[in-house]
Ligand binder design. Structure first.
Ligand SMILES: *Cc1c(COP(=O)(O)O)cnc(C)c1O
Length: 474
């Protein structure tokens, strides 16, 4: 493809994307395809020649579109917001077009310096002190893995430079809760801590937040039995119910025992840009690392996960390797982001945030988030006021966990009813919600926050849910 051909198809594609976004409500939210259907719509062998540009657009319409679950749809209340603001899409396209090789400052000074800049802008918008320095990872999963590797090395005085974790006589322990994201457990396993050394600390039965007293006791027990408490992963905005672990109390305990404290604020971090939400994360300043996904609620195009640390020396002493071909004369004056994270090369992800902050502006992002929080409170009010309906956890942000509990339905029968109405709502294509297990029973999460979602959409959802659930009982 020549640049001239790129110009023509590129314009066409931008129009296609703009049409898609403006007409998104025409599509069912959940993809209506059967497993294997998308793949079967393509030839099983690679194309021998070239296909026309028209053919490419037709492929998007006819083969790709049916297999899309439209998370940008205003009736998407599934999982968590996975917002992709169009301003950020343009930043992503600019980044792809520039196609930098982000392996060192020298390989693209703009990439490194703009990444440092937007991380610092985001830090300021979040009300965090200048002690924090950040970089952009692909996902919170990677950020948590990076953080737990640093925790492991910190607890062992850089054992990677000696016999590695295999030579550590005292087992290293990680503390989290059952409510934390599955990626936390995965990171702990990948970082070599081992299943037996991951503690699920008890949570408050009403708020689902970590109980600091239970944490303190578990740490003392492990110390007594000759183990080394190495890391605590606290969550700000848990995946199930958006609970907030009490960071201030947890930080007291972490400091007392010199344990690395990672705040997984993948979802909740965005709420830091709203000063009224910051009390939920009081104490965040006293943690050692924070991960936060602007690719969720904030609207940066996937993938864009911020990770902040205060001790950048420690991070670099674990993550840095310095082969000769990467050394340059400017090394002492520049940041080498490869020493802050796992991959060597990186994409120019910072442009997604730069475009979002410059084109849409932070006030419009704040307005949208406040509207989501209002809508969540409205829905929780409606559910709470309805006979046979329950709100199952405090509504801290934009997630509302609900259950229809008609008289006489208990245990597994209640589970079957919950799954039946949730699946029926999803299969209708009119809206998407997420069933999940809480305290051993199915419930339904309504995660409000797609960019085009308004109060009317939430009202429509509530009518649909009520009608579906009562219709199923008949
Ligand atoms: C979404 C989420 C994650 C995982 O995010 P990825 O960026 O997809 O890895 C981790 N923790 C919490 C609390 C989340 O909400």
């Amino acid at each position: 493809m020549t640049p001239e051909e790129f110009r023509i198809l590129g314009h066409h594609l931008i129009d296609w994307i703009a049409d898609y976004r403006s007409d998104i409500e025409k599509h069912p939210v959940l993809a209506q395809v059967e497993p294997g259907e998308v793949r079967k719509s393509f030839p099983s062998t690679p194309p021998a020649g070239q296909v026309s540009h028209d053919e490419i657009i037709r492929m998007l319409d006819e083969r790709i579109m049916p297999g899309m679950t439209h998370v940008q749809h205003p009736m998407n209340f599934g999982w968590f917001p996975s917002n992709s603001a169009l301003a950020s899409v343009l930043g992503d396209i600019a980044g792809s077009g520039l196609a930098a090789l982000g392996i060192s400052w020298e390989s693209c000074p703009s990439l490194t310096e703009v990444e440092e800049l937007v991380c610092d802008w985001m830090r300021q918008l979040a009300g965090l002190s200048p002690e924090w320095r950040g970089c952009i990872h692909d996902t919170a999963s990677t950020a948590c893995l990076t953080s737990l590797i640093v925790a492991r090395e910190r607890a062992t005085g850089l054992i990677q430079n000696r016999g590695g974790i295999q030579s550590e006589p005292r087992p290293l322990v990680v503390y989290t809760t059952e409510q934390s994201h599955s990626s936390v457990r995965k990171a702990a396993l990948l970082a070599g801590f081992g299943h037996e050394n991951i503690r699920n600390i008890e949570t408050d039965p009403d708020t689902f937040a970590m109980l600091p007293q239970a944490l303190a006791e578990a740490i003392l027990q492990d110390l007594d039995s000759g183990r080394t408490p190495a890391a605590i992963v606290a969550t700000s905005g848990t995946t199930g119910v958006a609970a907030f672990d009490p960071l201030d109390d947890i930080a007291d305990i972490a400091r007392r025992h010199n344990i690395w404290l990672h705040a997984d604020a993948a979802m909740g971090g965005s709420a830091l840009i709203l000063p009224e939400c910051r009390p939920l994360m009081r104490g965040i300043e006293r943690t050692d690392a924070i991960s936060w996904n602007p690719h969720k609620w904030l609207g940066a195009n996937m993938d864009c996960s911020l990770m902040y640390v205060r001790d950048t020396q420690m991070l670099q002493s674990v993550m840095s390797t310095n082969p000769s071909y990467l050394k340059s004369a400017s090394d002492s004056q520049t940041t080498q982001l490869r020493d802050w994270s796992i991959p060597l090369g990186r994409r120019f992800r910072a442009l997604k945030l730069l475009f979002l902050l410059q084109i849409d502006g932070i006030e419009s992002v704040r307005d949208l988030m406040r509207q989501d929080i209002d809508n969540a409170r409205w829905l929780a009010g409606q559910v709470g006021d309805s006979a046979d309906w329950k709100v199952l956890a405090p509504v801290r942000l934009q997630t509302v966990c609900i259950r229809h509990e008609p008289e006489g339905l208990h245990g597994e029968a209640l589970d079957r009813h919950t799954l039946a109405w949730a699946r029926s709502v999803n299969a209708s294509g009119k809206a998407l919600v997420t069933p999940a297990i809480l305290n051993g029973r199915w419930m339904v999460r309504v995660s409000i926050g797609a960019i085009p979602t308004t109060r009317e959409h939430v009202e429509t959802l509530w009518r649909l849910i009520r009608d579906t659930a009562s219709g199923i009982l008949k």
